[in-house]
Ligand binder design. Sequence first.
Ligand SMILES: Cc1cc2nc3c(=O)[nH]c(=O)nc-3n(C[C@H](O)[C@H](O)[C@H](O)COP(=O)(O)O)c2cc1C
Length: 369
Amino acid sequence: MNENILTLHDHEQAAQAALSDAAWAYFSGGAADEVSLRRNLSAWQAWGLCPRVLRDLRGGHTRCRLLGAEWAFPLLVAPMAYQRWAHHHGEAGMAMATAAQGCGLVLSQQSSTPLQAVAASFLQDHEHGPLWFQMYWQPDRGFTQALLSDVEDAGYHAIVLTVDAPVHGVRDRERRHGMPLPDGVRAVHWPAQSTEPGQGLCAGLADAAPRWEDVQWLIAQTCLPVLLKGITHPQDARQALDIGAAGVIVSNHGGRVLDTVPATAELLPLIVDAVRGVREDAVVLVDGGIRRGTDLFKALALGANAALIGRPALYGLAHSGARGVAHVLRLLRDEFEITLALSGCATVQDIGMDHLCHLVAHPHLHRTA
Ligand SMILES: Cc1cc2nc3c(=O)[nH]c(=O)nc-3n(C[C@H](O)[C@H](O)[C@H](O)COP(=O)(O)O)c2cc1C
């Protein structure tokens, strides 16, 4: 790997050089004018850091608790489809590198590698973080039950149900290039007769779109905790917990579905307030635009238990396979640990709202407490 790659932005440029135009459009693109995509990035920068000095940093660590277990680092790789299109190492390479860096992994139902092979790559490393499986609602309940049982048997720790994409977003860059998946690359856990979210606008998906009672049914089918991904409204967050979800992931799908949804850094405090009032054990995660250790620190300061990164991990994979992913995660870990120390925090639990100030006013945001 090129020794001049020192930041996640460098990884992005290397990935663009390595990928075809069509693959680049698919992996990097967002919906419509890409307002949410850009805002996801800038909104983290709109929060300023207020470091504390002369604190006792001895015995510092980055451990965090999620869903009743302790993990080395509060970061997971977000679910992303068709990783073997980015690099032949695909999801297995992503899993190996992520486990080696002590981070968590959420495998997409649109994985191009069988979930059992990914679990084997990930869980064999003793340093691994949490391993979760992401699903889209399928109208065939028998299919869902069989998939859940495979996921449980393979050793996954939780289910993530993505609820923000009942139909495909209007992704202009992708529509211009099409999606010429290479031979042999397909979503291996997608029902054969069903329409993939990547295949054309609305194409039958709206009829099959899930409702709250469907989610409740799914939660009852598995012994694993279920998190809902794609929550941006405080009332939806509360309803998710009311029906038994273990937590929510504040996400606008990386700006890929509905354009002009606010940035997740703007929405997160509202969701945290809503959820904390309902159930103290509920987990809140966030993704979208996290590119620096300082962004991750801010996510935790705003109340997230952990965060996810999407594209940067794919970019590392695209140009250097598993080694590229490991480098991306290592950079983020190092940057985060430096931020922690420079902010006067020995542990993740020491991070609080008092470490943040608004650099740019967002008048619609009013965080209490
Ligand atoms: C190429 C690509 C494919 C994705 N596929 C999925 C998917 O299959 N399921 C899902 O829930 N989210 C999917 N997402 C959204 C990510 O899980 C995540 O929410 C988003 O990428 C986070 O934003 P970031 O890329 O700015 O970090 C995808 C994102 C990208 C970039």
